[in-house]
Write a protein that binds this ligand. Structure first.
Ligand code: PMV
Length: 317
């Protein structure tokens, strides 16, 4: 989260390891990407939020049917009393429902801009905490990993209810993110996992613990810069995510396309069901080759191998 001439910026993110497990108290590793949301706020006649490029404008209303309007009211509620009404302009550079932390970045950027405008600027820890009010509207039971990564940036080890720990990767990570083309609801995916956990607590509990253990192992490998071994852990996590019911044939196919094109590992990222995969490569050239392969598609995978929107992201440099 950084101040800037035209407002405050909050990062989108990819979850490298531990999504879903993190909701249930296990470790997750997340990396901020340089796409995110920028927001600026100024005193006005009434509280209004404008979001581009969506062409959306809402008032702050805790009782509205529109969740954006309720979420906006929830973040403004965290500001000191006696403040002026605010007009907030936000520019979104991330697809929604893609597992890239769009909603958290939006909430954090809006809150940061609003705290600036009322002369009570908040730092990353406060932004991460207070923007959970926003995220609860959209996600029901957020672990907080998206908000923390949006606010702090960098690569983080995150456990619910604890301060995030910044991680210094032993080598920069050249990642490829590819969007399968369909959105998914994080709220519904998280609720589905919770329902399966309630139905078969032992088996699901063990699967979630395994995903958390992979995040623990991944953390050491990340710090050591052992990208090949880390890639293997990503592959194993993809299997683990399928086992908890958040996989999708399209995402599995994109992971295979990425691996065949040279990725050292690949998995879905975020809530799953739809959205994106993240692939790890061993350098910028390999990342470009993997992104090209995903963008070209692979007819051998049938419809699930259709061309995907893909971009490279270097983190931890
Ligand atoms: O918002 P998404 O789709 O990136 O998912 C966030 C990660 C989850 O672990 C699935 C949910 C959470 O709150 O941690």
């Amino acid at each position: 989260m950084s101040p800037g001439a035209d407002g405050r910026f909050a990062h989108g993110k990819v979850i490298l390891l531990g999504e879903h497990a993190v909701v249930h108290g296990h470790l997750a590793l997340a990396a901020a990407i340089d796409r995110g949301v920028r927001a600026a706020a100024r005193p006005a006649d009434a509280d209004r939020l404008h979001v581009t490029p969506w062409g959306v404008e809402v008032a702050a209303d805790p009782d509205a049917e529109d969740p954006l309007s309720r979420a906006f009211a929830a973040v403004l509620e965290t500001l000191p009393g006696g403040r002026p009404p605010l007009r907030v302009d936000a520019r979104v550079e991330l697809p929604g429902g893609a597992g890239l932390g769009c909603s958290a970045a939006l909430g954090v950027a809006i809150l940061a801009a609003a705290t600036d405008a009322v002369g009570a600027p908040a730092g990353p820890a406060a932004l991460a905490e207070r923007s959970l009010a926003w995220e609860r509207v959209f996600h029901g039971n957020p672990s907080g990993v998206d908000n923390a990564t949006a606010a702090f940036g960098g690569v983080l080890a995150f456990r619910r209810g604890e301060a995030p720990t910044p991680i210094a990767p032993g080598r920069p990570l050249d990642l490829v993110v590819a969007h399968g083309g369909t959105a998914s609801s994080t709220k519904a995916m998280v609720a589905g996992v919770a329902a399966r956990l309630a139905a078969e607590p032992q088996a699901m509990g063990a699967r979630l613990a395994h995903l958390g253990a992979l995040a623990e192992r991944g953390r050491g490998l990340l710090e050591d810069g052992d990208l090949r071994a880390l890639g293997g852990v990503l592959d194993e996590a993809q299997g683990g995510l399928e086992a908890i019911g958040v996989g999708a044939p399209r995402l599995a196919a994109l992971c295979r396309v990425a691996r065949r094109a040279g990725a050292v590992g690949a998995k879905l990222t975020g809530a799953g069901g739809g959205g994106c995969i993240v692939a790890l490569t061993d350098g910028p050239e390999a990342a470009r080759a993997v992104a090209d392969a995903l963008a070209a598609g692979d007819p051998g995978e049938g419809a699930d191998g259709a061309p995907a929107e893909a971009f490279t992201a270097r983190v931890g440099a």
